[in-house]
Design a protein around this ligand. Structure first.
Ligand code: SF4
Ligand code: SF4
Length: 402
């Protein structure tokens, strides 16, 4: 069983949010159960882009402030940050009201400019991950998600919030590489396994319904949720908005990995009866899209672009020791890489999803990532970075104009 503590909070306000969060954490042992004196604590709100707090795109500054003050009371040293999808962290902090919180509580801005490399042998999609250096700097990570629908993943909450630990251009490349929602969910799960957030505090006071994560509408729910089990927080949050968690790739990935609790029957809800907060007509995402599919082009062209733009793995024959670690690590079934076949038949580039697990798993560096002819011809790296990075911006501008 996993415990998720909930507390009613109908309106934001610094004093009310602080009091509510203190009471919400009490059944879990208080903030001191997660933070010891002297520990460096990274608070990771959802700072997707520079929207005002009332747009419900980002975690409300009152919630960030309450968490920061409680960490300080527990003796922790607070740093706050995220890697926005659109805009620089500086600007986004200002526009979302979090810069004021940082100044008031004397927190640091966490290092989301540099990266640190993490390895987890248990990861399948990305054994080696580059995350914000803020993760390496922190003794404890507390994630502060916003409850929202999400046009690509269906829902964004506690688990999805860690995708922001990947820095800007790399995040865009991940969207490009992992256009399949199941693969992207696997990657997000592995970021969670790697970063190991100790606690999630979800801002569900006002969530976002419809075309989240930024073009939906604010919708009141009136709750804060907290738990050490991030999957359980997401599971309960989904039930609050009458969304079947099993329909989400992230829930399925969590289940596959045995990461947390994804079954409501195994969640003990501490606090008032959660059913009284249900919002059954919360607008869900009706049609999922991938970042590339936001471009007006057919699936076949999307697949063609992946094949012809993302570098493909190639086995270097004189280094390969035929251990088959690449095939065993390939998440495509049957494996898209077959080292025992003839050289020309070793990689099925049509089925290969460019996850590069084989490249990471090879013990003798016998797999090279070969740029496609399009890359060689037009030096497309910068172009694809630019397109994927600015796509969200262009879409947002377009939607605002509609
Ligand atoms: S062959 Fe393709 S799909 Fe398989 S592990 Fe390598 S990059 Fe990933
Ligand atoms: S993991 Fe490397 S050495 Fe082993 S079979 Fe694959 S390419 Fe060859």
């Amino acid at each position: 069983m996993s415990d998720v503590s909930i507390i009613e909070l109908r309106e934001y306000g610094d004093a009310a949010a602080l009091d509510a969060l203190r009471r919400c954490l009490e059944p879990l042992g208080g903030m001191q159960a997660f933070v010891r004196p002297g520990q460096k604590v990274l608070l990771k709100p959802n700072l997707l882009s520079g929207f005002a707090p009332d747009r419900a795109v980002t975690t409300h500054p009152s919630v960030v402030r309450a968490a920061a003050l409680l960490v300080r009371e527990a003796g922790g040293v607070v740093a706050i940050g995220d890697s926005p999808a659109v805009g620089t962290l500086d600007k986004v902090l200002k526009r979302t009201g979090v810069a004021e919180v940082i100044e008031e509580v004397g927190a640091a801005v966490a290092d989301f400019e540099h990266t640190a490399t993490f390895e987890d042998a248990g990861n399948r999609v990305a054994r080696r991950i580059e995350l914000a250096k803020a993760v390496a700097d922190a003794d404890v990570i507390i994630t502060l998600p916003k409850l929202k629908t999400h046009v690509q993943m269906g829902f964004t909450g506690a688990l999805k919030n860690q995708f922001g630990l990947i820095l800007g251009a790399a995040k865009a490349r991940c969207h490009f590489r992992f256009q399949d929602r199941e693969w992207l969910a696997g990657l997000i799960l592995e970021i969670n396994r790697t970063a190991k957030p100790a606690l999630a505090i979800m801002d569900a006071v006002v969530g976002m319904e419809g075309e989240g994560p930024s073009s939906g509408d604010p919708r009141a729910i009136g709750l804060l949720l907290a738990s050490a089990d991030l999957a359980a927080v997401d599971c309960l949050a989904c039930h609050l908005i009458d969304l079947d968690p099993e329909s989400l790739p992230l829930t399925r990935a969590a289940k596959r990995y045995g990461y947390g609790t994804t079954d409501l029957a195994r969640i003990r809800v501490l606090g008032p009866d959660w059913k009284q907060f249900r919002v059954p007509d919360f607008k869900k995402v009706t049609q999922y899209i991938s970042i590339l599919r936001l471009l007006p082009m057919p699936d076949v062209l999307t697949r063609w672009m992946r094949r012809h733009i993302a570098p493909g793995p190639v086995i270097v024959a004189d280094r390969c020791v035929k251990c088959e670690a690449c095939a065993k690590g390939c998440p495509v079934q049957p494996p898209a890489i077959q080292p025992l076949e003839k050289p020309r038949e070793q990689v099925d580039h049509h089925r290969c999803i460019r996850c590069y697990c084989c490249h990471e798993f090879c013990p003798v560096k016998a797999i090279e990532l070969q740029p496609t002819w399009l890359h060689r011809l037009f030096r497309l790296n910068h172009l694809t970075d630019w397109v994927t990075r600015n796509l969200a911006d262009l879409i947002l501008i377009g939607r605002r104009r509609r």
